[in-house]
Design a protein around this ligand. Sequence first.
Ligand code: ADP
Ligand code: MG
Length: 316
Amino acid sequence: MKRAAPGEFEIIREYFAGAPIGEGVVLGIGDDCALLQPPAGALLATSVDTLVADRHFPASADPAAIAARALRVNLSDLAAMNAQPLWFTLALTLPHSDADWLQAFADGLLQTAKTYGVALVGGDTTCGPLSLTIQVTGSSQKPLRRDGARVGDAIYVSGELGASAAALPLVLGQKLAGKAEMEAAERAFYYPEPQLVTSAAIGGFASSALDISDGLLADLGHICAASGVSADVDMHALPVAPLARQLAGERALELAATGGDDYQLCFTVPQQQVATLEKLGLDAVCIGTIVEGRGEVHAWLDGERWFPEAAGYEHF
Ligand code: ADP
Ligand code: MG
């Protein structure tokens, strides 16, 4: 039997107010503001992201998966700055109150929060078209910015690229697939891994970093623009995800270069630190070099310039 639809305050009390208290939380959910004690000597890093139904995910998607993705994507921004997650808030807009949906959503959210040691400290609950906004705050002793890349630096990418973009048509129901492929696609799309371990490892010596949300070449362009340099990228060096090859075939390389939503890190390392990095044995590969220029990214394939058919994602 379907459970009765809870009201606004019941939603907050039932599903969110019981969230575990985290480090530095003097006062959590329930008052007009949360009261938070930042770690001594650290900078706070804060970021917000909104996911809109039928724009960023299908409205009919598994609520636990939606919640997981929303929080993971935000944590990825903290990873990109070499910040450790502390707290987050949730602004949730729901078309209607549905106890089963809320239970699955809250379970997915709080499970993810537990995995990454981040505490839900407040939010807002409203009625309207399904969307969720999460703001995360973390602390950083050694932030990694976009504007520190210098000519000669090596460019690295963590993990694998292209899986999420290759998974998107399946996740959106635009392309049919077998059960195993569907599950792999949903894992890639809804459960990106925020690269917190990698960023903590490189924080001491990397010259710049960001997370790849809009596509490698477009995002690397942001590093170049902010740093006043350009980049040469060797397309053969891109770590193309096996799932991208499986789902997208010949287009896998293009998706690795331009597809969004992988949430891997792109970072630069001064040449004299490359040996230090390589010794760490991280899951990261060198894909190119920072060169003189004015914010351009040049991709090369077999000695010739390579151009994507599609550019990175922009909202407008
Ligand atoms: P106010 O009217 O003062 O803005 P609300 O009634 O919106 O407060 O919220 C009451 C308390 O519940 C606040 O502490 C707020 O942070 C928290 N809250 C509301 N919605 C959520 C949510 N979706 N997740 C977590 N906390 C929430
Ligand atoms: Mg309110």
